[in-house]
Unconditional design. Structure first.
Length: 176
């Protein structure tokens, strides 16, 4: 089966290495979505950017309208979500970006996947019965107490994600 795989944060450190690996299956179409923050660099994707199954979209996962339109247009059946504010030091001086990307952005992706893949809670559409949502995120922030925003976003995401996935009957895996 040919997959349409959305990879968020694919221009970052882990995402770009993952794209290099997964793009070897020429049957699958790969859609890298990244808004190229200070952490993202298209040079990380130079080795694969010439391949016919590589597609790059510059965009922000916090943009709900964009995310929903991408799901509708490309009909992704797999999501591998790496996009994040990932440098803990930055959360001390600029927590807002962590809240937006790590919580709101992740919610947008989950919500669009839900709308495309499901008829309702526990009702996966037949054509999406192989759909998967993989969230690769961090756990080290959980060690920081007293609501440093990074810690909060990480733990809130974990809670929300598990609730959302379980209550909807979606298939989802979260790697920390
Ligand atoms: N690198 C590690 O050692 C490590 C270890 C454990 C967990 N993690 C977690 O894995 C995930 C990926 O880590 P990484 O090291 O590849 O991160 P990274 O900072 O290198 O890359 C993040 C990517 O996301 C993109 N991005 C950021 N905000 C975005 C937004 N709003 N919309 C679209 N794209 C956006 C950036 O441009 C960048 O390309 C993060 O959640 C991180 O916390 C990383």
């Amino acid at each position: 089966m040919k997959n349409k795989i959305l990879i968020t944060g694919g221009a970052g450190f882990i995402g770009s290495n993952y794209v290099e690996l997964i793009i070897e299956n020429a049957e699958d179409q790969i859609y890298v979505l990244d808004n190229l923050t200070y952490a993202g660099n298209l040079k990380n994707l130079e080795t694969v950017s010439h391949l016919p199954n590589y597609n790059f979209i510059k965009g922000d996962i916090c943009d709900e309208t964009l995310i929903d339109s991408l799901f509708k247009e490309y009909q992704f059946n797999k999501v591998v979500h790496f996009a994040a504010e990932s440098h803990v030091d930055n959360s001390i001086t600029g927590p807002g970006a962590f809240i937006q990307t790590n919580i709101v952005g992740t919610f947008n992706l989950l919500h669009s996947a839900y709308r495309l893949w499901m008829n309702g809670p526990n009702q996966l559409k037949e054509e999406y019965n192989n759909a998967r949502f993989l969230h690769v995120s961090t756990d080290d922030g959980l060690l920081i107490l007293y609501c440093k925003s990074y810690a909060c976003t990480s733990s809130r995401i974990r809670l929300f994600y598990l609730q959302r996935i379980n209550s909807c009957g979606c298939s989802g895996i979260r790697y920390d």
